[in-house]
Ligand binder design. Structure first.
Ligand code: ADP
Length: 468
């Protein structure tokens, strides 16, 4: 593509140059020639008229000697580099400068009207010359008679010479313009062609799957902007590719470990490695592994549904009520470990505008985590405060806390801290990813403050209910 673009540009440039010279050689040459012939004819005609006026006096008998005007005739011919003849009314040469042998000879077929509406003729002047001449004639008149003609001839070769001199200047100017326009070609090459070549090479690399490739165009113009955009795009695609790879690796890993243990225990039961009296214990483990698989599948389905747009089903509801209901679901788990859920509300009723089902899921996941990572005999504080147009909900535990290096990662899908891997075997690492997606879909924020060994506090915002 780029190759032909550049070739086209060079070809265009050469055609432009060639056409320029062809036009000068044809059109300009013709126009200049015509112009020179006309202007020379005009100046010769003026002189011829002056001479004709002088000869008119002689012919009218004011002077007797026809040669009286000859010095003037000579001066004019020297000055104009021309030949001058005086013809009588029959076309016979009566005077000639520079003097030759034409005096007395007659111009056969002489016709003063041969030039039509022009006062000059270009040619051999009725066969009197061997080369083309520019001939101008002015009638010698007086007393309503035409006594004869003053004819001035100038070699047309001189006109051609003048034309060539002018054309040479034009050719030179055109050549200079042609070479100057090379600068445009060079600028185009540097600013458009080379960057475009690099961008095309980059696009080819991306198409071939090499998304690590960086296009090196640093100019501050459209080309630089295009290269930056493509680099950004490849970076994002690269990240997406990495993300997909790790997602599949995580999913496979999280599905494989429960499946492996289920298979192992079932085989052990079948071949009698596990004696019948111990089978009940292992069947419970099998149920717990199946539950984990179920949780994983549900979590992934939830995230998938969150990815698709427009899933929120918002309404006005009392968030305090939802917090109380969700907390109640954990009564059994809390009693077993002597954990107390301490609920504090700034108002009895706190109306918010959100998706009730999804917010319940957020609360469920946060309280579930708080209980999982709390010590026995501890307190979990759940607060709901109103500030301006926002409602702040906080779930705070005094449990194991989150290591500093993990705080940012806990929102990633499948992420679990090393401690929690050992402690909570059922965890999928999807809970907080779901929580974050739900809160962000509401256009709200969620954050965590955690100190290892002291506890963690998750705080998220919700919009207050609208007036209606
Ligand atoms: P999981 O299903 O493993 O709980 P989550 O996405 O809910 O997945 O949590 C991701 C990780 O974040 C957990 O494995 C745990 O390491 C850490 N985490 C979440 N909540 C808490 C908490 N309240 N205290 C300490 N660590 C937590």
């Amino acid at each position: 593509m780029t190759h032909s673009l550049y070739t086209k540009f060079i070809l265009g440039y050469l055609v432009f140059g060639l056409l320029g010279f062809v036009i000068i050689a044809t059109f300009s040459s013709k126009v200049t020639y015509r112009y020179l012939v006309r202007s020379e004819a005009e100046s010769l005609y003026d002189e011829a008229n002056l001479l004709a006026a002088a000869y008119s006096d002689i012919y009218q008998g004011k002077r007797t000697d026809i040669s009286a005007a000859e010095p003037r005739l000579e001066a004019v011919t020297v000055y104009l580099d021309a030949q001058a003849w005086v013809l009588d009314s029959h076309g016979t040469v009566v005077a000639e400068t520079p003097s030759g042998n034409r005096i007395g000879s007659t111009v056969t077929g002489f016709d003063p009207t041969a030039g039509g509406n022009r006062s000059y003729l270009v040619g051999r002047f009725f066969g009197m010359f061997n080369e083309n001449m520019l001939s101008v004639f002015a009638p010698i008149t007086g007393n309503f008679n035409t006594y004869g003609y003053v004819v001035l001839h100038r070699s047309i070769a001189q006109v051609v010479k003048s034309r060539d001199r002018i054309l040479n200047i034009v050719y030179m100017t055109a050549a200079v313009i042609f070479f100057l326009s090379l600068i445009i070609l060079l600028v185009f090459t540097k600013t458009v062609y080379f960057p475009l070549k690099k961008i095309t090479a980059g696009a080819k690399e991306y198409a071939g799957g090499n998304l690590d490739y960086t296009i090196k165009v640093d100019t501050n113009d459209e080309m630089g902007y295009l290269a930056d955009t493509l680099n950004y795009m490849s970076g994002e695609l690269n990240k997406l590719e990495d993300y997909q790879k790790s997602f599949i690796a995580n999913v496979s890993h999280d599905f494989r470990s429960p499946l492996t243990s289920i298979k192992g225990y079932l085989e052990a039961i079948l071949d009698g490695t596990i004696p019948p009296e111990l089978q009940e214990k292992y069947l419970h483990i099998l149920i717990s592994e199946t539950e984990r698989l179920n949780k994983l599948t549900e979590g992934m389905l939830t995230l998938n549904s969150l990815d698709s747009q427009g899933f929120l089903n918002r309404s006005n509801f009392d968030i305090n009520r939802v917090i109380k209901d969700t907390a109640e679901m954990f009564e059994g788990a809390c009693n077993a470990r002597n954990i107390v859920l301490d609920l504090t509300f700034s108002d009895d009723v706190e109306m918010v505008y959100a998706d009730l089902g999804r917010i319940q899921q957020v609360l469920y996941n946060l309280i579930d985590n708080a209980i999982k990572f709390s010590h026995d005999d501890s307190v979990i504080y759940i607060q709901c405060l109103q500030q301006y147009e926002k409602i702040f909900v906080s779930v705070k535990d005094t449990g194991i806390g989150i290591p500093k290096e993990s705080v940012k990662k806990i929102w990633d899908r499948f992420y679990k801290t090393d401690i929690s891997r050992g402690r909570d075997k059922k965890g999928t690492g999807l809970g907080l990813a779901i929580v974050k997606e739900i809160i962000q879909a509401h256009g709200e924020n969620i954050d965590v403050v955690s100190t290892p060994g002291v506890g963690s506090e998750f705080i998220f915002t919700l919009p207050r209910a609208t007036a209606q």
